[in-house]
Design a protein around this ligand. Structure first.
Ligand SMILES: C[S@@+](CC[C@H](N)C(=O)[O-])C[C@H]1O[C@@H](n2cnc3c(N)ncnc32)[C@H](O)[C@@H]1O
Length: 207
C-alpha cells in the first residue's frame, strides 16, 4: 500500500503550505474569513475562496467588504477560521496608497514605524479572537524585518501578542523562491538577508 505523503514544515510553495494547513487544521477545508484579502493570490491551485473577503483597499475586486481588519463588524464567536496576511514592511511613507517606488511595498503596502505595524497586528489579533469560536483557527503569514538597523522579529512578537487568546498549534516556514526585499542603504551588511516567511497556526483558547 502506498504511504500517505508526509506534510513537512518547510516548503517554497505557498499553495503547498495552504493546502497542508487546510488538511491538518481546518475541518471545513476552507477559510471562513480573510482579513487582508488583497488580490486573492492565496486562492488558486485548488485553494477555495473564503466566504468573507475583507480588505481596507476599496479599489480591490472580489472583496466582500471594505473594512479595517481590526473592526470587521462580524458577530462574536461566529466563525471557524481566519487568515491574516498583513503588510510586513516598515519605512513605507505612503502607506496603503500604493504610491511607493518599491515594488514590494506597491504590491503589499506597509507602515512607517514598527509601532504602527505592532498596533495593527495587535488590534487585528484581538478582533480575530473576538469573532472566532472556541477552538477556532487563526493563520497568520508574516515575515521578520530589519527596522532602524535592528532585527525586528515579527513572528516572535506575534506569539507574545497572541498569548492571551491563542495557543500555538503549528508552524510552517516558507523559503523564498525569488529575491526578497533588499535594504535600501548601501554599505556593510549587518544582518542575514531574510529569505523566508512564517505561517503561524493558532487555536482560539481561553486562558
Ligand atoms: C501582504 S498584502 C495581502 C496579500 C494577499 N494575501 C494576497 O495574496 O493578495 C496585505 C494586504 O493588507 C491590506 N491591508 C493593509 N492594512 C489593512 C488594514 N488595516 N485592514 C485591512 N486590510 C489591510 C492591504 O490593502 C493588502 O491588500
Amino acid at each position: 500500500m502506498e504511504k500517505p505523503e508526509v506534510i513537512r514544515s518547510l516548503y517554497d510553495d505557498q499553495f503547498k503550505i495552504l493546502d497542508s494547513i487546510l488538511k491538518l487544521h481546518i475541518k471545513e477545508k476552507t477559510f471562513d474569513v480573510d482579513l487582508t484579502y488583497g488580490n486573492g493570490a492565496f486562492y488558486k491551485n485548488g485553494i477555495p475562496q473564503p466566504q468573507h473577503r475583507f480588505d481596507i483597499d476599496d479599489s480591490l475586486k472580489n472583496i466582500t467588504k471594505v473594512c479595517n481588519s481590526n473592526n470587521t463588524n462580524l458577530p462574536s464567536a461566529s466563525v471557524n477560521s481566519v487568515i491574516f496576511d498583513p503588510p510586513f514592511l516598515t519605512y513605507i511613507k505612503k502607506q496603503r496608497t500604493g504610491n511607493s517606488k518599491m515594488v514590494m511595498s506597491r504590491r503589499f503596502s506597509g507602515y512607517w514605524t514598527s509601532e504602527e505595524l505592532s498596533e495593527h497586528y495587535k488590534s487585528s489579533i484581538k478582533e480575530a479572537a473576538r469573532i472566532l469560536k472556541h477552538k477556532g483557527i487563526m493563520v497568520i503569514k508574516c515575515q521578520d524585518i530589519v527596522h532602524n538597523h535592528k532585527l525586528f522579529c515579527t513572528h516572535a512578537h506575534i506569539l507574545n501578542w497572541c498569548s492571551d487568546f491563542f495557543r500555538l498549534k503549528d508552524l510552517f516556514v516558507q523559503a523564498a523562491k525569488h529575491r526578497m526585499p533588499a535594504p535600501n542603504r548601501k554599505g556593510i551588511q549587518k544582518h542575514a538577508r531574510i529569505f523566508h516567511s512564517y505561517w503561524i497556526i493558532l487555536q482560539r483558547w481561553a486562558k
